[in-house]
Design a protein around this ligand. Structure first.
Ligand SMILES: [Zn+2]
Length: 111
């Protein structure tokens, strides 16, 4: 019986040791973060800038990609919106639309 009790006490002591050190570890981590606040911030900033640069590069490649529009004009991805507003493009869309309408009505008449 005595041995059992001793073992239990040891276990409890072990637990206490663990708990004490656990809170110490948490304290250490908190202190570390507090002490290295600027370092961590700087690291995060560098990381942000690095990813931003990569993102911008990817975007630039994407934007400089040449696309041939259905109207026959070759434009960049970044110019797509402004190209859609050009007279040439609008005229092409209108003409195509008009041609298709006429085709449809001709087919109706044939029936
Ligand atoms: Zn176009």
């Amino acid at each position: 019986m005595e041995t059992m009790e001793t073992m239990e006490t040891m276990e409890t002591m072990d637990n206490m040791y663990y708990l004490t050190h656990k809170s110490e570890r948490i304290n250490y981590q908190t202190n570390y973060n507090e002490k290295n606040k600027d370092k961590i911030k700087e690291y995060q900033k560098q990381y942000y800038l690095k990813t931003k640069e990569t993102k911008l590069k990817t975007q630039a490649i994407h934007n400089s990609k040449k696309i041939e529009c259905a109207c026959g004009v070759i434009h960049n991805q970044s110019n797509k919106t402004s190209h859609m507003r050009t007279k040439k493009h609008k005229r092409y869309i209108e003409e195509t639309h008009y041609r298709e309408e006429r085709k449809e009505s001709r087919e109706e008449m044939a029936m």
